[in-house]
Design a protein around this ligand. Structure first.
Ligand code: PGA
Length: 251
């Protein structure tokens, strides 16, 4: 089964509109002809529109880092899927561990977001991952399978093939401690098997499972050589256009 690799840059709460525009411009020049992989950047909300105009006609796509589960309403500080579409987004990161831990997003909330995102025609990137305590207590499988099953609850047949999963062990995010390719492959296999059990192997084989956590040009090739690793979600390593372009190149 060939799954087109997806390389995602998550800029988190970094870059003003002007800074984001400059980085996006640089990136578009650097990765003009990379057609074998799909490339996506997720700037902060305030930079989406300006980055969208820079990306017009390029191979770099636009995504958001978060979304609300409703259509519209009195939700101070929130942004809807419809608004993201209007900004030119195609993907949305849902359930990042920083959203789960700092902003206390539950699996139920994450599932509602997933449904809304798909209803509007955007592709969700559902993040799952264990904490260091869970890993040390041998609870990795339980933690990730629970997040995956609760997060993807009640998706219809068409929606099932249209999601991306990102495995991001919390202990590897922003720490410089990348999980080894063997650890990641093992977890991705568990996730794919879980998708097959809940959906079917035909569907599970089509779903891209990305890895995220201290990815850089030096470790990405080895990670991508594993059978079930279909791309990467890059935080810190995506902020500099040249560094991110090197990661894309290495893929
Ligand atoms: P990192 O972040 O690459 O800085 O570890 C990854 C992420 O949080 O998506």
């Amino acid at each position: 089964m060939s799954r087109k690799p997806l390389i995602v840059g998550n800029w988190k709460m970094f870059k003003t509109g002007a800074e984001a525009k400059a980085t996006a411009r640089q990136l578009v020049c650097l990765i003009e002809d990379r057609k074998k992989v799909e490339i996506l950047i997720c700037p902060p909300f305030t930079a989406l529109s300006v980055v969208s105009s820079v990306l017009q006609g390029s191979l770099v796509q636009l995504g958001a880092q978060n979304v609300h589960w409703g259509d519209d309403g009195a939700f101070t500080g929130e942004v809807s899927a419809h608004m993201l579409l209007e900004c030119g987004c195609r993907y949305v990161i849902v359930g990042h561990s920083e959203r789960r831990q700092i902003f206390l997003e539950s699996d139920a909330i994450i599932n509602s977001k997933l449904h809304k995102v798909m209803e509007k025609g955007l592709v969700p990137i559902l993040c799952v991952g264990e904490s260091i305590e869970e890993r040390e207590a041998d609870q990795v499988e339980k933690a990730i399978v629970t997040q995956l099953e609760k997060g993807t609850r009640e998706l219809n047949l068409k929606q099932r093939t249209n999601i991306v999963i990102a495995y991001e062990p919390v202990w590897a995010i922003g720490t410089g401690k990348t999980a080894t390719p063997q650890i990641v492959q093992e977890v991705h296999r568990i996730l794919r098997t879980c998708l097959a059990d809940n959906f079917s192997w035909k569907v599970a084989d089509q779903i891209r499972i990305l890895y995220g956590g201290s990815v850089k040009a030096e470790n990405v090739t080895e990670l991508m050589s594993e059978e079930d690793i279909d791309g990467v979600l890059v935080g810190g390593g995506s902020l500099d256009a040249q560094a991110f372009a090197r990661i894309v190149e290495a893929c």
